[in-house]
Structure formats: C-alpha cells, structure tokens
Design a protein around this ligand. Structure first.
Ligand SMILES: Nc1ncnc2c1ncn2[C@@H]1O[C@H](COP(=O)(O)OP(=O)(O)OP(=O)(O)O)[C@@H](O)[C@H]1O
Ligand SMILES: [Mg+2]
Length: 242
C-alpha cells in the first residue's frame, strides 16, 4: 500500500458558534479497513468526514499520513453541464492539464463501476444509481489512499442500494483502499464494514465499536448477521435514552 501505511488516529471535538456538536470522537483506522460510522441524524457524521478531509476546522488531533483523500457525497454533486466522463476527469483537471492517458484511465474506471457506454451522458440522462457511480468514479480517479463516503446510497431504492453495496465491496476487495463510510442504515453497515463505530447523539462521542467477523459475501438474512444488527442497535438505543 502506498502512502497510507500507519494507523490513522482521530480524536476531535467541534463546536459551531459556541454550540458543541462533537464532544470527543476518538477512534482508529487501520490501513485497508472498511469502517462504517453510524449515528443519529445531526450527531456530526458529515462534519466528522469534512474534518478528516481537511474542509473544516476542529479541536484535537488527527494522525493521518496521507493527503490523498477521496470524498463521495450524499447528493452526487455532479456538474450538470459536463458529461459522465468530464465529471470523472474534473478533479484531475484542477491539478493539471488533462492528457490522453487521463481520459483512458477515466474510461477504465467508468467501466469498473458499470458505466461503459455512458461516458457521453449528462447527469440528467442518468438514473440516481448511475449518478452515484459517476460520483464514486470521480472520487477514485485521484487514486486516494482513503475514501470517505457520506451516505452515498441513501437516496436509492432498496434493490439498487444492495447492488451498489455489493459492487463497492468487490472494488474494495480488489484495491483494499481504506474506507470510512457514514450511514444511517444498520443493515448497510453490517453488510459492508470490517468494523462499525457507533456514535451517540449530539454532542457526539463514540458509544462503542463492533467488529464484524462475517465471511463475504454476507447473507443479510442469516442469524449471525441479525445478531450483529441487534448489537449495533442496542448501542445506538442505549446512548439515545441516557
Ligand atoms: N456550517 C455549519 N454551521 C453551523 N452549524 C453546523 C454547520 N454544519 C453543521 N452544523 C450543525 O452540526 C450538527 C451536525 O451536523 P452534521 O451535518 O455533521 O450531522 P449528520 O450527523 O451528518 O446528520 P445527518 O445524518 O442528518 O446527515 C447539526 O446540528 C448542524 O446543524
Ligand atoms: Mg450528514
């Protein structure tokens, strides 16, 4: 693995206008891990990802030995006047002049995310799932060491969502990029994660962590899968009531 070789350590707090949103979120991420972060709406998950990406001021410390960070947003944030291919090339164009090799790479990545043949389509001509695939392709073209994903599949129907989760795991198994994936869905977290970090409601802290020791592909209907779901739910509930 290039760049990101040491354990990432996060220990941060955050206030907006004197109002504490994150009390102290503290956890570690090993290179190559797939960490899901779950927590109630408004507990600061997006803020946490923005802080890790260097987009937001914070108190505390983040130990991370790479700056190659990819970000996949909840809303796809594609540029409507650019084609799928041009959207994927966009982050490269910010850094340098786009060359033929970049275009080839962008096409390869679009193929990897199942969009071969759609390179010339504009966002409005694509479905929600396809737009999210373009967003994912745009995040991985910079070859990030760490991929931050903010509820990227939340707006998709259940079946499309499950398909995207399966494809994401295939990509992850292929590249072993470190992923930090924020979600509301316990089912999604147990399906994807090597480890789940559960946050308390605002002002948030880590309520607990659950390591998921299930073989892949994971069976969402198995009793083991449901035991893990219950474990995460209990952590979420426990801290919501106290
Ligand atoms: N730029 C900002 N200025 C002031 N307050 C903010 C700002 N950004 C976020 N907040 C506040 O911080 C809190 C956490 O917001 P954040 O978007 O991180 O939550 P979240 O956990 O991602 O929620 P959701 O699950 O609904 O997406 C909210 O109370 C929000 O109002
Ligand atoms: Mg959010």
């Amino acid at each position: 693995m290039k760049g990101f070789t040491e354990i990432m350590e996060i220990s941060i707090s955050k206030s907006f206008n004197g109002f504490k949103v994150i009390e102290n979120i503290s956890f570690r991420v090993n290179p190559g891990e797939f960490v899901c972060v779950v927590g109630k709406s408004g507990c600061g998950k997006t803020t946490l990802l923005r802080i890790i990406a260097g987009l937001e001021e914070y108190e505390g410390e983040i130990k991370l030995d790479t700056e190659r960070i990819g970000f996949v947003f909840q809303d796809d944030r594609l540029l409507p006047w650019k084609t799928a291919l041009e959207n994927v090339l966009f982050p490269i164009g910010i850094e340098k002049k786009i060359e033929k090799g970049d275009v080839e790479l962008a096409k390869k990545i679009l193929k990897l995310v199942g969009l071969e043949g759609f390179e010339g389509y504009y966002p409005k001509e694509l479905s929600g799932g396809m737009r999210q695939r373009v967003g994912l392709a745009r995040a991985i073209i910079i070859q990030p060491d760490i991929l931050l994903m903010d509820e990227p599949f939340a707006s998709l129907d259940e079946l499309t969502r499950q398909k995207m989760q399966e494809e994401l795991i295939q990509l992850w198994e292929r590249d072993r990029k470190t992923v930090i994936f924020v979600t509301h869905s316990i089912d999604e977290a147990v399906f994807l994660a090597t480890r789940i970090v559960v946050l308390t409601p605002r002002p948030s802290k880590v309520a607990g962590e659950v390591k998921i020791d299930l073989p892949r592909p994971r069976d969402r209907t198995s009793s083991e899968f449901n035991l893990y779901k219950r474990k995460v739910l209990n952590l979420l509930r426990l801290k919501s009531e106290s």
